[in-house]
Design a protein around this ligand. Structure first.
Ligand code: SF4
Ligand SMILES: [Zn+2]
Length: 377
């Protein structure tokens, strides 16, 4: 017979979540992989259709830079974040300038773009992560070119001094904060975020004081959460944070290499969210959100793939396309006539999650024909 002690882990000390997060990142293989990147070239530069703050459609350039990475990552790190795969801790100021020049060269000095998203796998204006003189160059050059700038930050890095400095060099830009969940217990135990909802509110106030725009990221289905809980919680968080944000971007989990979530996934203990759940969330909150001056964006990264939000494979393409269209048009009619037999499987999973004592969820990890899955051992 197994003793209760055995079930609960015996006398060994509980493992801290950030030790689990760090385990894979520190392997020699992982380090040599990161150091194989060319430090003078950005991770990627690409253009996408976007919408300016006043609602005008435009083209945006996204520049993802290879940086020293997020200070929170080096200390601990979020459970789902695989950005460390793209960083090098020996990046110099010269490397940062060469990457920025390379981004301009590849896009012919951002030709045809009205918006620039400059992402540094961390906080853009954190001086330990990025040289301050380089930050100033990017803020100034994007402002001179009349590009609406979007940068990212952790909430606790948003100090009055730093945001006043950002606003001085690029007035009115957008600062995106990865809040992920509007719930302190989820932030601490599911995401390991490193800041609280109180710190996020403070950051929002300072952004507003400096005339900067607020973009909030929410994470759909953090680890250790069932599909039904993810749907109910995220819909509620979305309604609440929309009151304080100019834009809310809900990011369905996509499984990034060598993260804690990746380990759960490979152990068949985590399934990325269903696209039906995202559609249900949008339909359930659209009316409330559209009354506010807040835009809702959902871009399912790796949508339709096994490591991204997906349905049954047959309807994935159509479902992802409808969600992407909604993010641009804001028209709930995009989901009319969308249906598939797998919707019943998804609905049954939600019902089971809500009625069975399975806090981590009742859904099957695997995708494919539900009848074949039921027959499989
Ligand atoms: S704060 Fe952002 S960049 Fe840093 S570990 Fe978390 S998700 Fe990754
Ligand atoms: Zn389907």
């Amino acid at each position: 017979m197994v003793s209760a002690k055995g079930i609960l882990g015996g006398d060994s000390k509980p493992t801290k979540i950030h030790h689990l997060i760090k385990a894979l990142e520190n392997t020699p293989e992982s380090k040599s992989y990161r150091e194989s990147w060319d430090a003078s070239k950005p991770v990627s530069v690409f253009k996408t259709p976007e919408t300016l703050p006043d609602g005008t459609p435009c083209t945006a350039v996204t520049v993802i830079l290879r940086t020293k990475g997020c200070a929170w990552w080096w200390k601990s790190g979020c459970t789902f974040c695989g950005y460390f795969n793209d960083v090098r801790d020996d990046i110099t100021s010269d490397d940062m300038y060469s990457q920025w020049e390379e981004a301009k060269r590849r896009t012919n000095d951002f030709e045809g773009c009205d918006m620039a998203k400059v992402y540094t796998s961390g906080t853009f204006f954190e001086d330990r992560e990025n040289p301050p003189e380089w930050q100033e160059t990017v803020l100034r050059e994007t402002f001179e070119r009349e590009l609406h700038l979007v940068i990212e930050a952790q909430a606790q890095m948003c100090t009055p001094e730093k945001l006043a400095w950002v606003a001085k060099h690029h007035p009115g830009c957008t600062v995106a904060i990865g809040l992920e969940a509007y719930d302190d217990r989820v932030l601490r135990f599911h995401v390991n975020k490193g800041f609280s909802t109180k710190q996020w509110h403070k950051a929002v106030d300072i952004l507003r004081d400096n005339g900067l725009r607020v973009k909030t990221y929410l994470l759909f289905k953090p680890p250790f959460m069932s599909e039904a809980d993810a749907l109910n919680h995220t819909t509620s968080w979305l309604r609440q944070v929309a009151h304080h944000s100019d834009e809310v971007s809900v990011n369905p989990m996509n499984i990034q290499r060598k993260t804690l979530v990746d380990r759960l996934y490979r152990n068949r203990e985590y399934r990325p969210p269903w696209l039906w759940s995202l559609i249900e969330m949008i339909q359930g909150s659209h009316e409330d959100i559209s009354q506010l001056e807040c835009r809702l964006i959902v871009h399912p990264t790796a949508g339709g793939k096994v490591r991204g939000a997906h349905n049954c494979k047959i309807c994935d393409g159509e479902a992802v396309a409808a969600i992407e269209r909604y993010s641009v048009s804001g028209d709930i009619g995009e989901f009319t006539n969308l249906d598939c037999s797998c919707k019943a499987v998804w609905r049954a999973e939600l019902d089971n999650d809500s009625s069975l004592p399975t806090p981590l969820g009742s859904g099957t990890f695997r995708r494919g024909n539900p009848i074949d899955l039921a027959r499989a051992p």
